[in-house]
Write a protein that binds this ligand. Structure first.
Ligand code: UDX
Length: 425
C-alpha cells in the first residue's frame, strides 16, 4: 500500500517506520522544514531508542521519503494517517486546529478514493468532523472513508510497543475501509477491536485515563503508607499479583507527566462536562497528581528545615520518564519550580536532556558537588548505578530524596546517607 503519514512526531514517525517494516511504501509529510530536512538525512528530531537506526534502514532502501509538498503527497497516496498534535486548549479540551487544517488539505487535493485514518488522540466526534471538513473543501464529490485507529505506544519504548500492541482498535462504519485496515494489520497476532469511530475515539481516552487513575491511586495510597511506615512497593506487588488488578502502572512516584496523560485526562473531563455527566473520579485523579510533588517537597522541608534559602539541591532527571528527552509536563520541572519558589539553589542533571549553554552540561559529580540534598526525579538507569561512595565526599549534606523509589535504601544508609523515598520503608 502507498501510505501517507501526516505529522512526523513520535507517533507519526514510529507508525510510518512500522509500516515500512511491514513492506509498505511510506511518505512522511510535515510543514516543519527543519524536521523534514533532518528526517531526510536519517536524523530524528527527538530521542527514541532504536528508532534512528530503523529510519536510516528505510531511507537507504527507499521505503520512506519525507516531504513538505502537501498537494503531491495527498494525491499520490491511498491511505492517509493523520498523526498531528492535538494540544490542550485553554479550557482543557483538545485543540483540533491541526487536524482541521489537515482535513481541509485532504478535501482540496483528493483525486480518487482514499481512506483517512486518525492515529492522533482526538475527541469523540472527530471522525464526523473530519468527514464534514473534507466534504466542505472538495470541489468534486470523490468518495472517501474516515477511520479511527488510535495509537497506544509509549515514548521511550515506541518501537517495541508499536510492533507488539496489546490490541489494535479500528473504528469505522465502512466495510471497504474495514477490509483495507484488516489487510494492513494482517501480520499482527493481537486482538483487533472493530467498532464505531466514536467508541474507538473514546477507547483511547478511557485507556489513558484509567492508567492515570491507577498511578494517582497508588500515589495517594503511598502517602497513607508513608505515615504508617509501610513499603508501598510491597503493597503494589501484593495487589498487582491479583490478575484482575495486574502489576502495571502501580509504581508510586512524583506523579504522571508527559505529552499524553495530563492532556488526555483533562480532555475526557471536559468532554464529560460538556455532556452534563462530569467524571468526578478523574477530577480527583488530576488533583492527586498535582498534590504529589507538594507531598514530596514537604519531605525535603521536614528534613532540611523549612527555610530552603541557603540550601543547594541537586535534581537528577529532567525528562518526564526514562528513555525520552521529552520534558512536557515533567514532574521534575514542577518540583524545580516549587523549590525555586522556596529560594533554594538548584543544580540539574539529565543523561539526555541538555539545558542551557554547552558549559552548563554538568556531570553527575559536578551536579551533586556542594549539594545539601539530591533529588531523583526521573527513573533513568544511570541513577540506579550511581557510585555513592565517590559521591559522598562531594556533597555538603548527605540527603537523598528518591522520587522514583529506585535507590538501594539499605546500601546508601549504611554509607551514612539519609534516605527518603515515596513510602519506601
Ligand atoms: C502514555 C500511554 O502509556 C500510551 O499508551 C499512550 O499512547 C501515550 O501516553 P507515555 O506518556 O509515553 O505513554 O508514558 P507512560 O510510560 O505511560 O508514562 C506516563 C507517566 O506516568 C510518566 O510520567 C511515568 O513516569 C508515570 N508512571 C507510569 C508512574 O508514575 N507510575 C507507573 O507505574 C507508570
Amino acid at each position: 500500500m502507498k501510505i501517507l503519514i501526516i505529522g512526523t512526531g513520535y507517533v507519526g514517525t514510529t507508525t510510518g517506520l512500522i509500516f515500512c517494516e511491514l513492506g509498505h511504501k511510506v511518505t512522511g509529510l510535515d510543514l516543519d522544514e527543519q524536521k523534514i530536512q533532518a528526517l531526510q538525512t536519517g536524523k530524528l528530531h527527538f530521542y527514541e531508542p532504536g528508532l534512528e537506526a530503523l529510519l536510516k534502514k528505510h531511507i537507504d532502501s527507499h521505503n520512506i521519503t519525507f516531504t513538505k509538498d502537501t498537494e503531491t503527497a495527498i494525491k499520490e497516496n491511498d491511505l492517509i494517517f493523520i498523526c498531528v498534535g492535538t494540544p490542550q486548549g485553554p479550557n482543557g479540551s483538545a485543540d483540533l486546529i491541526f487536524v482541521k487544517n489537515v482535513a481541509a488539505s485532504i478535501g482540496q487535493n483528493i483525486n480518487h478514493y482514499k481512506v483517512i485514518v486518525t492515529k492522533s488522540t482526538v475527541p469523540v466526534g472527530t471522525a464526523t468532523l473530519i468527514t464534514k471538513v473534507i466534504e466542505e473543501n472538495q470541489t468534486a464529490p470523490i468518495p472517501f472513508d474516515v477511520v479511527s485507529n488510535p495509537e497506544f505506544l509509549r515514548e521511550g519504548s515506541a518501537l517495541q510497543d508499536a510492533l507488539n500492541p496489546d490490541r489494535i482498535v479500528i473504528g469505522t462504519t465502512s466495510e471497504t475501509a474495514r477490509t483495507i485496515m484488516r489487510e494492513l494489520y494482517k501480520d499482527f497476532d493481537c486482538p483487533i477491536v472493530e467498532t464505531h469511530p466514536k467508541a474507538s475515539e473514546m477507547i483511547k481516552y478511557a485507556a489513558n485515563s484509567f492508567l492515570a487513575l491507577k498511578i494517582s491511586y497508588i500515589n495517594e495510597l503511598a502517602r497513607v503508607c508513608d505515615n504508617l511506615a509501610i513499603n508501598v512497593k510491597d503493597v503494589s506487588n501484593g495487589i498487582g499479583l491479583d490478575h484482575r488488578i495486574n502489576p502495571h502502572f502501580l509504581k508510586a512516584g512524583l506523579g504522571y507527566g508527559g505529552s499524553c496523560f495530563p492532556k488526555d485526562v483533562n480532555a475526557l473531563i471536559q468532554t464529560a462536562k460538556e455532556q452534563g455527566n462530569p467524571i468526578s473520579i478523574l477530577e480527583a485523579v488530576v488533583k492527586v497528581n498535582a498534590d504529589q510533588p507538594v507531598y514530596f517537597i514537604e519531605k525535603v522541608k521536614q528534613a532540611l528545615g523549612s527555610d530552603l534559602k541557603n540550601k543547594t539541591i541537586a535534581v537528577l532527571g529532567l525528562s518526564f520518564k526514562a528513555n525520552t528527552d521529552d520534558t512536557r509536563e515533567s514532574p521534575s520541572f514542577i518540583l524545580i519550580n516549587r523549590l525555586l519558589e522556596e529560594q533554594a539553589t538548584i543544580k540539574t542533571h539529565d543523561p539526555i536532556v541538555k539545558m542551557g549553554a554547552p558549559h552548563q552540561f554538568p556531570t553527575i559529580e559536578e551536579t551533586v558537588a556542594g549539594a545539601d540534598a539530591l533529588v531523583i526525579c526521573t527513573d533513568w538507569d544511570d541513577y540506579k548505578q550511581l557510585d555513592w561512595e565517590s559521591l559522598k565526599p562531594l556533597m555538603k549534606q548527605l540527603y537523598i530524596f528518591d522520587g522514583r523509589n529506585m535507590i538501594d535504601k539499605e546500601k546508601v544508609e549504611k554509607l551514612g546517607f539519609y534516605y527518603f523515598g515515596v513510602a519506601n520503608h
